[in-house]
Design a protein around this ligand. Structure first.
Ligand code: CDT
Length: 302
């Protein structure tokens, strides 16, 4: 069996006044704990270095830019890369990326995969950006991802940690297409960081279901594609806004094998056999044998 020991590095809240150095210290402490528990890789949340700033309508460009990273690694995140190399532990990290491409400022909600040698081996830019693009003062708080980011180009997989690994971010986990596009590339394990406020302004009746919907989506995606799915939250009350925890590791059977219990910094580890994927990929979800793409055209036409 190809066993991969995976740690969830769930983060508790990050307030606006918390600087990156203090957040990286928390993450380093969790990486050490993960190593002590036998982990080969640790998964951190989406936008893990700062507070979840899309909750605010920010008009001043310099103020907004301060939430983005212009290079990776940089002075503040270097300790995480150095520790990864020292411990031989890889990591997945979500952050806001500000890139200058073709002379133009571009903003992405990004995740990277870093090897146990401390090298970036893959980068993913979030595809499904939820929320809205204009200021909507009627909301208790904003969700301006459509204003602050542009969608990334798509989902890829990377050979890493002895298997085939995919990445997605937060809202991506609610879309069947995310997992299927990864599954079609042979993905055996998908890492997904998230920030999910309990309160959903356009549909407040769903607030009580927010943890359920999180787990439902992760479990369905894992089972229907015969892959492991690792969902990791930034949880708790940030700047007055409560976000769900419920980080969990889901097996290709769709079963939850490990789940965080708090809404704080918390490390949980599971021993995951990547070979458990094959029985699903070769039977019920043998795509070559059973999928009927001729019937799926609408999915990409609309
Ligand atoms: N970060 C992120 O994508 N959060 C969304 C919140 C709900 S939509 C406003 C999510 O899908 O969890």
């Amino acid at each position: 069996n190809r066993y991969l020991n995976v740690a969830m590095g769930q983060l508790g809240p990050i307030q606006r006044a918390d600087d990156r150095a203090s957040v990286v210290r928390r993450m380093c402490e969790m990486m050490r704990e993960a190593k002590a528990l036998g982990a080969h890789v640790i998964v951190y949340p989406e936008l893990a270095l700062t507070t979840f700033f899309p909750r605010w309508y920010i008009e001043d460009e310099h103020e907004l830019d301060a939430f983005y990273e212009t290079e990776m690694p940089n002075a503040e995140t270097l300790p995480l890369f150095a520790l990864a190399r020292e411990l031989g532990v890889g990591f997945y990290l979500g952050y806001a990326e500000l890139a200058i491409e073709a002379g133009r400022k571009r903003r992405f909600n990004t995740a990277i995969l870093v090897s146990g040698q401390g090298r970036i081996i893959a980068k993913y830019r979030k595809v499904h950006l939820p929320g809205h693009a204009e200021h909507e003062p009627w909301r208790r708080f904003q969700h301006l991802e459509k204003r602050y980011f542009e969608p990334g180009p798509g989902f890829g997989v990377t050979r890493a940690f002895g298997g085939v690994v995919g990445m997605a971010l937060c809202n991506d986990r609610r879309w069947a297409e995310t997992y299927r596009v990864l599954g079609l590339q042979g993905c055996e394990m998908t890492f997904i960081g998230y920030n999910t406020p309990v309160h959903n302004a356009p549909a407040p009746a769903h607030d009580d279901l927010s943890l359920f919907h999180n787990q439902l989506a992760l479990q369905a995606g894992a089972y229907q594609n015969g892959m492991w799915v690792v969902g990791v939250a930034k949880a708790g009350v940030e700047e007055g806004v409560d976000s769900i925890g419920g980080s969990c590791i889901v097996a290709p059977s769709g079963e939850v094998v490990s789940r965080c219990l708090t809404k704080d910094d918390e490390v949980m580890v599971a021993r995951c056999s990547l070979d458990w994927c094959a029985i699903y990929k070769r039977t019920t979800f043998d795509f070559d044998k059973h999928r009927q793409p001729h019937a799926y055209g609408l999915i990409v036409e609309r």
